[in-house]
Design a protein. Sequence first.
Length: 115
Amino acid sequence: MAEAQNQYIRLWEEFKRYFRLQIDYTRLTVVEKLSLLLAAVTVSLVMGVLCVCAMFYLSFALAEVIGQWTGVDWAAYVIVGGLFAILMLIVYAFRKQLIINPVTRFVTRLFLDKK
């Protein structure tokens, strides 16, 4: 009887140890996934800011070129603004294919992909 009780106690201790190890493993996995997600968001933000800066200067250069061709500076800025408005409409129209689906695939792969 005492031997059976000792086995149950050892089994219970092993179960508690296994449960603690599973909790630690889950914590480490969550930290790893969140750090990868945060790194991806940070890289995307930095690239976005740099892209906006480049587009700012390129749009002014394009407006200057169009202004020289047309001879009217304000019309050149209106044309460049119109091009950006058309670009915004295209991105909005295809937002699911361009933005939502890639982000969803990335997050799904990050959190659900088993190695």
